[in-house]
Design a protein around this ligand. Structure first.
Ligand code: PGA
Length: 250
């Protein structure tokens, strides 16, 4: 049985004092959760969050990284730097980064490899646009993105990758994919992984759903056959609401 992994993506929100207060409020609410709980926070909050989440079941992740270890890349942060302060997870290839910052399947692949070299667990985002969905291309787009993202990784690495299926039209729009649609897309991704890496890998890899997850739809989504939890944006900004998502099965 795969465990559920539920990650918050704060995006560009929360000052350090707000982040500390959040963790103090949130921690007792989720301390008995069966799901793995991750908060992916802005770079400037990472160290504060790591310090305040010590000895709790909350894991801390970044929202991006550079693929090089160091060098002349003004303004960038490497996987090695993240690891050095105790970060455990990193979101790679979020659609907002693909859309606004020129992230490509190639850079996503390089970043995932670098994440593993630095002992970070990548949360890799794939998803189709509304236009692609309407022209019936969803499955082709998401399986291709998955294949290119994972290209050249070992079976063991793919097993340790978290994939987040996030239909772009559902992100921040209040429109959620139906649990059946999301589950079918995730099955297609799992099947693609099975074709390339075998059943042992495909049956163990965690594949989340993301896009307007909230406490009112979490249970329906997370109790389908193939959805292994969620990547949650807007609804992760309030500890009460996010704790209800994490504790969806209570
Ligand atoms: P949302 O964002 O939950 O606000 O739709 C999800 C995401 O972008 O990861």
């Amino acid at each position: 049985m795969r465990k559920k992994v539920i990650a918050g993506n704060w995006k560009m929100n929360m000052l350090p004092n707000e982040a500390i207060e959040y963790i103090q409020t949130f921690e007792p609410m989720v301390k008995n959760s069966k799901a793995e709980v991750i908060l992916c926070v802005p770079y400037t909050d990472l160290f504060y969050c790591i310090m305040n989440a010590q000895n709790t079941n909350i894991k801390i992740g970044a929202q991006n990284m550079h693929f090089a270890e160091n060098g002349a890349y003004t303004g960038e942060v490497s996987g090695k730097m993240l690891k050095a302060i105790g970060v455990e997870y990193v979101i790679i290839g979020h659609s907002e980064r693909r859309q606004y910052y020129n992230e490509t399947d190639e850079s996503v692949n390089k970043k995932i490899k670098s994440a593993f070299e630095n002992d970070l667990k990548p949360i890799v985002c794939v998803g189709e646009t509304l236009e692609q969905r309407e022209s019936g291309e969803t499955e082709k787009i998401i399986t291709t993105q998955t294949k290119l993202a994972l290209d050249g990784l070992s079976k063991e690495q793919v097993k340790n990758t978290i994939i987040a299926y996030e239909p772009i039209w559902a992100i921040g729009t209040g429109k959620t994919a139906t649990s059946e649609d999301a589950n079918n897309s995730i099955k297609a991704i799992r099947n693609e992984i099975k074709k390339i890496y075998g059943e042992d890998v495909s049956e163990n890899v965690i594949i989340q759903y993301g896009g307007s997850v909230k406490s009112s739809n979490a249970k329906e989504l997370f109790t389908t056959s193939d959805i292994d939890g969620g990547l949650v944006g807007g609804a992760s900004l309030k500890p009460e609401e996010f704790s209800k998502i994490v504790n969806y099965d209570e």
